[in-house]
Design a protein around this ligand. Structure first.
Ligand SMILES: NC(=O)c1ccc[n+]([C@@H]2O[C@H](COP(=O)([O-])OP(=O)(O)OC[C@H]3O[C@@H](n4cnc5c(N)ncnc54)[C@H](O)[C@@H]3O)[C@@H](O)[C@H]2O)c1
Length: 252
């Protein structure tokens, strides 16, 4: 059976991610060009280069330009520290999943529950919106990238710091959701780490409705795949210790 051209393109993108994460290799691939990989909306965007990207102006500029929907390829140049800054802005939001699917990151919603580091970060890929299915390899790849995003940035910065730009971007988005909730906007739902009865743990991050009263409703996890149920057990094992540590620190 002949694959449709859209299906072959998606397959090429996924193969590039699974087997050739290196940008250079991706650009060399005859099947895949970088500009096809970061599809932002229907039309391909512009390629923009920032010189001095690791500087005081360059870093926030890189983050702001990354947010521009007209830009589909961003190149960062500096004589020092550019790999770290590039890794940092690459970790803004849900890029990895959107790249694998080949759609605009703004159209992708990935619930990420549990905690904030390593195995406690549990992406629920079975609940991604728009609805889609992933192969076992894709699930392993994406889960690993999402769980170790922070470590990737720390390693790319090689001792010069941790994720700051992507963290600031995430915090700004979350603050915006809180403020819209406080203003009284309806239906503001974000994954948040709150006092919770969703699991047997006293605190847990899951989908929460934010409103005038703060965290107004904590939603259950919904149906999980077998892979996610296994991940949840691992996450809880580690989270329970962190929660105990946190509680005893506060009581001191
Ligand atoms: N006109 C204004 O109002 C105004 C205001 C602020 C800054 N500036 C100018 O903007 C520039 C950037 O300011 P900043 O605060 O980000 O400085 P900065 O020193 O923090 O950053 C400059 C960056 O450029 C990099 N760099 C140096 N030579 C390079 C080269 N050959 N190729 C690639 N990268 C190179 C450096 O490694 C550094 O990371 C400076 O020239 C500054 O004087 C102008």
């Amino acid at each position: 059976m002949q694959l449709s051209s859209e299906a072959s393109q998606r397959f090429a993108r996924i193969s590039a991610h699974l087997h050739s994460p290196n940008l250079q290799k991706m650009e060399e691939s005859s099947l895949l060009r970088r500009e096809n990989c970061r599809a932002k909306g229907g039309a391909p965007g512009f390629k923009v280069a920032i010189l001095g990207a690791a500087g005081g102006i360059g870093q926030p500029l890189a983050m702001l330009v990354k947010m521009n929907p007209l830009v589909s390829v961003l190149h960062l140049y500096d004589v020092v520290n550019s790999p770290g800054v590039a890794a940092d802005v690459s970790h803004m939001d849900t890029g990895a999943v959107a790249e694998v699917l080949g759609i605009d990151p703004r159209d992708v919603d990935v619930p990420v529950v549990g905690g904030h580091s390593g195995v406690t970060i549990l992406p629920l890929l079975s609940q991604v919106k728009p609805a889609c299915t992933f192969t076992a390899d894709e699930i392993n790849y994406l889960t690993d990238r999402i769980q170790n995003g922070g470590t990737e940035v720390v390693e790319a910065k090689a001792g010069a710091g941790s994720a700051t730009l992507s963290m600031a971007y995430g915090a700004a988005k979350f603050a915006d959701a809180c403020l819209r909730g406080l203003r009284g906007d309806a239906g503001i739902v974000e994954c948040s780490f709150v006092a919770s009865q969703v699991t047997e743990l006293p605190f847990f991050a899951s989908k929460v409705r934010l409103g005038r009263g703060g965290a107004e409703e904590v939603f259950p996890l919904g149906p999980l795949s077998e892979y996610e149920r296994f991940g949840l057990e691992k996450a809880k094992k580690e989270l329970v210790e962190s929660i105990h540590k946190g509680i005893s620190f506060i009581r001191k």
